[in-house]
Write a protein that binds this ligand. Structure first.
Ligand code: AHR
Length: 663
């Protein structure tokens, strides 16, 4: 875990274990003023987006549709991990019979002890299970070759104990040479379940080698090599404007050799070598590669925000600016050409060959990730080299720096914030005070880290407080994306755990998925806002006294900072210019109802009837889970008694978007 992450974690722990330090000190009835005749700026049309990387089994075992774990047998060089023997078979990894140079190890199965009553074979339990749904067609495929074996092979979806066979099909003949075999498996009217496996077996004797054994369920928009529909739908419901990919730490790798090397993530999946995601500790087949990221954007109508490897990896390996860095800069120019070039360009033609003739629209390129961790301080020079090369060829591209630089003026600078609830609230007004003279801001990673594996209502309240500040200041905060996005909640601790980061927006297991309260808070902010920011004012905002935790520097605990008065009510107002609807967002982080007087000036009239979308909980600890996915979800209610001057009581622990009609 990086220092920023560790610090964030420390603050979360402090805030969880010291709740008494956050005590309400006064409680006046607050007044909020909305000045409808004073538009301070337009709401950035790109404000709300997504950030993603391979962490917590986000893609493999998550969004990416593949159901077979370690389909290329490369997760471990010595053992066939995640594969089991069926019957009296014997399995081993074999580097002498590779499919090709990318998939340079195969799984050897000896079936010499197979019999009619005890077939021999291989089985895979997927990523903590294989989801079986009723009346569903699965697409299975594998490469195989036989020696003293000509078939048949039976491919089946069974329960883990083997007692139930949900679907099965046969490959009648296996040849001596490597060949791809494909078949479909269709289930009947069975109940959904996840304790299941894929089994490939035979009753005949011989030796069989396997490579790239794959199983796909139906995918979102039926894309081949596509994504899991339920998780895509959760994302689609957020209406995100952009996707920052491929990372995060996943972009950088611990070493230059384990970076996200985009050229190895394209083309037929059997030609992708995969790589160790050593930042997060597991293998990636790169089945979800550069083109799949772009198609994910296409499916959800998001702009790509392409983060490119910038010559720095987390174990302090860096490439010196100058000739040594030139190949990496060229890789980036090639990557941009792959995304945007037409068929007459080398890399545009490659993309067309890979199945996507139409170029993608690209406006944003980010140079690296969290380069403030680079202790060689080479980022200024590295950034300048990338910036100059990109601007020379693509002058309209917006180039994002990951930390402030002096050598060039970046179009945006990425800022990351992982904080406790109180800390997030204490900083919710920061951007109001930020000078308007510097580069624009991309808050590329942020989260209130309360609740695990997914944030609880306290996390959602901290997030919502922070979002009011970003939205109100979206003249400078042009883009923002929460992180991390996903977590597989199947095995949170112990060996082979599915979670590397403790607080993540969306959770799932093999069968089901859910949005956290923080997910719903974001969905409300993303989908309910106008296009212009209205000036606001307030009096009597209640505050709480908060003792910030002591920080550590170079392992030494620093003196405790002075206690702070932190607001406990947060708000902002935007208006849709066309319809005249004002969206007033109010966050009440207290455990008591909060009456608020609302005064609207500069609008001819406000209709008495409107609508409120409210996310609330009985306790800050309330949360959603696989078992209770809808415990904390927004509710839409009709509201009466609105006008240019009214009082409304905001429930305890609540986030409200009040829609006020002014036309
Ligand atoms: O979001 C988790 C990690 O936090 C990201 O990979 C990294 O950029 C940051 O340190």
């Amino acid at each position: 875990m990086k220092l920023s992450a560790q610090l964030g974690f420390l603050l979360v722990v402090m805030s969880i274990t010291t709740p008494a330090l956050f005590a309400q000190t006064n409680n006046p009835v607050p007044v909020l003023q909305i000045k409808a005749d004073r538009v301070t700026a337009r709401v950035s049309p790109t404000l709300y987006g997504l950030m993603t990387e391979e962490i917590n089994y986000s893609y493999e075992g998550g969004l990416y549709g593949e159901l077979v774990r370690s389909r290329t047998f490369k997760a471990n060089r010595t053992n066939a991990v995640f594969w089991n023997v069926v019957g009296n078979g014997a399995i081993s990894l074999d580097t002498n019979q590779p499919l090709n140079s990318a998939l340079d190890v195969s799984l050897k199965l000896d079936t010499s002890k197979a019999s009619k009553i005890s077939p021999a074979g291989i089985a895979n339990d997927g990523y903590w299970g294989i989801p079986i749904r009723p009346d569903t067609t699965y697409h299975a495929s594998f490469y195989a070759r036989g020696k003293g074996f000509t078939g048949p092979l039976t491919v089946a979806l069974t329960s883990t104990n083997g007692e139930t066979i949900f679907a099965s099909a046969q490959v009648p003949k296996i040849t001596k040479k490597w060949q791809k075999y494909e078949l479909t498996l269709t289930t009947g009217g069975v109940a959904p379940s996840k304790d299941n496996r894929l089994v490939i077996s035979t009753t005949k004797h011989g030796t069989i080698w396997f490579s790239q054994v794959s199983l796909f369920p139906p995918t979102y928009h039926n894309r081949p090599n596509g994504n899991r529909p339920d998780i895509m739908q959760l994302l689609a419901d957020m209406q995100p404007e952009f996707l920052r990919f491929p990372g995060g730490n996943y972009l950088e790798g611990n070493t230059i050799g384990t970076r996200f090397n985009w050229k190895k993530t394209i083309g037929d999946i059997s030609q992708r070598p995969g790589h160790l995601d050593d930042g997060w500790g597991y293998w990636s087949t790169d089945g979800l590669g550069l083109l799949e990221f772009l198609e994910w954007c296409e499916d959800l109508h998001m702009q790509p925000l392409l983060a490119v490897y910038a010559g720095y990896s987390m174990h302090q390996q860096h490439v010196t600016p100058g000739p040594d860095l030139a190949p990496y800069v060229q890789d980036t120019l090639d990557e941009i050409e792959y995304v945007t070039g037409d068929g007459t360009t080398k890399w545009g033609a490659q993309r067309a060959k890979d199945g996507h003739p139409a170029p993608f629209l690209l406006n944003y390129v980010e140079i690296g990730n969290e380069d403030f961790f680079d202790r060689s301080h080479s980022y200024d020079g590295r950034f300048a080299q990338f910036f100059d090369a990109i601007k020379a060829k693509y002058p309209n591209l917006q180039v994002i720096a990951t930390t402030p630089v002096k050598s060039r003026v970046p179009d945006l600078v990425d800022e990351h914030y992982y904080r406790s609830q109180e800390d997030m609230e204490a900083h919710a007004l920061d951007y109001d005070k930020r000078p308007r003279t510097g580069p624009k801001i991309f808050v590329g990673e942020w989260a209130t880290r309360v609740g695990s594996p997914t944030p609880n209502m306290a996390g959602a309240l901290g997030d919502a407080a922070w979002m009011t500040g970003m939205e109100r200041n979206s003249d400078i905060v042009l883009m923002a994306s929460y992180a991390p996005l996903f977590v597989n909640v199947s095995k949170l601790t112990g060996p082979d755990h599915s979670m590397q980061w403790r607080t993540d927006l969306i959770g799932y297991d093999a069968l089901n998925s859910y949005g956290s309260p923080a997910y719903y808070a974001q969905k409300m902010f993303n989908t309910l806002h106008g296009n212009e920011i209205l000036a606001t004012d307030s009096q009597g905002i209640p505050t709480c006294s908060w003792q910030p935790p002591a920080s550590r520097r170079a392992g030494v605990e620093q003196p405790r900072p002075a206690p702070q008065e932190v607001p406990s009510l947060f708000f902002d107002a935007t208006r849709d210019r066309q319809s005249g609807t004002i969206y007033l967002k109010v966050v009440n982080r207290l455990g008591t109802p909060q009456p608020v007087k609302i005064e609207i000036s500069g609008a001819p009239a406000v209709e008495a009837e409107g609508e409120a979308v409210v996310l609330k909980a009985n306790s800050q600890d309330d949360t959603n889970s696989i078992q209770e996915p809808d415990k904390v979800v927004p509710v839409t209610e009709k509201v009466d008694g609105l006008g240019t001057d009214f009082t409304r009581e905001f429930p305890p622990y609540s986030i409200t978007v009040l829609e006020l009609k002014t036309k």
